[in-house]
Design a protein around this ligand. Sequence first.
Ligand code: SF4
Ligand code: F3S
Length: 77
Amino acid sequence: THIITSPCIGTKDQACTEVCPVECIYDAGEMYLIHPDECIDCGACVPACPVSAIFPEEDVPAGEESFIARNYEFFGV
Ligand code: SF4
Ligand code: F3S
């Protein structure tokens, strides 16, 4: 799956939701989050985000690891 990280908080640009072919990016309050069971890892959302908040799970930067669990837990996965 892909993971949305801290730059989304306070930004919520939503460009990612417009390019996702499976509509698996959901409003989670202060930020958007990606449903891990629905994401097909197409990568389209990564360049769409103006604040570079989205990464493949294996490439989440140091210090942003807590957002991996946050994406999973929001959807109960
Ligand atoms: Fe949607 Fe593709 Fe991004 Fe997954 S990687 S959230 S399927 S645009
Ligand atoms: Fe957030 Fe970037 Fe999408 S700011 S809503 S991850 S385009």
